[in-house]
Design a protein around this ligand. Structure first.
Ligand code: GAL
Length: 366
């Protein structure tokens, strides 16, 4: 009798595993390796939080690459050796990560590029991302709207890290909107000779954009932002102060570092500065007017999209995607999420009333 009960239990257990739908050949749930770029930037801690929430019950592990290509490669190799079925990789270096993707692909692992597109490999399977061009566009739209019909406003521009393909997309989205306003004298660029050189050209090639960005590369690093801003203000002198508009490099941490540096100069009397991500540390800055806006990326959307792809694969189905991104080697099937502009005017609605952040922790927003 005991034996029979045992056998029955084993059968029930086995059936329950099959019913889960995400069980590999070894009877274990498919292992998923997730690699994020760094713990030093607030953005990625949000992504980590949501992976932990939405991937509960799945067999996964998260590693960080500390903004280092060699560590990133080791992380991929670790997951290959652990028998990962899927690797979700948010690359520190878009080009360098290609060889790790190729290695993983040789082992039959599906690779999903997360948030940042991995360039130059036809072995990449999927991409989940926000619409990065629209992030840059939203930032520039804000500055142009605030400028109104005024002319001669000082403009400082900063780009994301050149290692990151998103930086080009952010810049492209912003440039398309800002360029006519630089050409007509609304803005006077104070920190970037290269941008002035291209002031009459709206459709820049990738090389032209990169040549501008090279001179204003924030490297996604707060210290670097501070020193760039200080050097730019010194070089611009008094004529570049007073009313100042800043195109931040599409990252709230960088935006706050730049804002602190600009506001530390007593000759800067008015500051409009753009951020992106919608991280918690920027909430009070936005309320206080030290950061004028952010472009909110609800990272839950990316995590859910990643999960949707993985679950489809586990069921043997073709994952649904909505567009493609070309990575210089192939058109990568992509799920793309939307972004929302947040200012002091709608922060209560977008962040507090919806429960993204706890409004009672902040002062001055009512
Ligand atoms: C980008 C990302 C942004 C921002 C930045 C710095 O690739 O899309 O949301 O966080 O990196 O880490």
């Amino acid at each position: 009798m005991k034996k029979l009960i045992c056998v029955l239990l084993v059968v029930v257990f086995a059936l329950s595993l099959v019913a889960c739908g995400d069980v590999g050949k070894q009877g274990k749930k498919d292992f998923i390796g997730i690699i994020l770029p760094t713990k030093e930037e607030s953005r990625w801690l949000n992504d980590q939080k949501y992976f932990e929430e939405y991937f509960k019950g799945m067999n996964y592990e998260i590693l960080f690459s500390q903004n280092n290509s060699a560590t990133e490669k080791t992380n991929v190799e670790t997951f290959i050796s652990k028998g990962a079925k899927v690797i979700v990789l948010c690359a520190y270096d878009a080009a360098a990560a290609a060889s790790a993707v190729n290695e993983a692909s040789k082992e039959g692992i599906t690779v999903i590029s997360y948030d940042r597109l991995i360039m130059g490999t036809d072995k990449l399977d999927y991409y989940v991302t926000f619409d990065s061009c629209s992030v840059g566009k939203a930032q520039a739209d804000y500055l142009v709207e605030k400028a109104g019909s005024e002319k001669g406003i000082n403009l400082y521009m900063y780009s994301g890290a050149l290692t990151d393909n998103n930086s080009v997309l952010f810049f492209e989205g912003a440039w398309k909107v800002l360029q006519p306003k630089i050409a007509d004298g609304t803005f006077v660029v104070r920190n970037c000779e290269k941008a002035i050189q291209f002031k009459d050209k709206n459709n820049l090639t990738r090389e032209e954009m990169v040549s501008i960005m090279q001179t204003i590369d924030s490297e996604w690093n707060m210290e670097r932002c501070k020193s760039l801003a200080e050097a730019n203000l010194t070089a611009a002198g008094d004529k570049g102060k007073g009313k100042v508009y800043v195109l931040g490099p599409a990252d709230d941490d960088c935006c706050r570092a730049l804002s602190d540096a600009f506001l530390a100069d007593p000759k800067v009397t008015e500051l409009k500065i753009t951020g992106a991500d919608g991280v918690e540390a920027s909430v009070q800055y936005i309320i206080d007017g030290k950061q004028s806006m952010t472009v909110y990326k609800d990272t839950q959307a990316l995590v859910k999209a990643t999960k949707q792809i993985i679950e489809a694969l586990q069921k043997g189905e073709k994952p649904k995607t909505d567009t493609v991104y070309n990575n210089d080697a192939k058109d990568v099937p992509t799920i793309q999420a939307d972004v929302v502009t947040v200012t002091a005017d709608n922060i209560a609605e977008i962040f507090f009333e919806s429960g993204v952040y706890d409004g009672s922790k902040y002062t001055g927003w009512k």
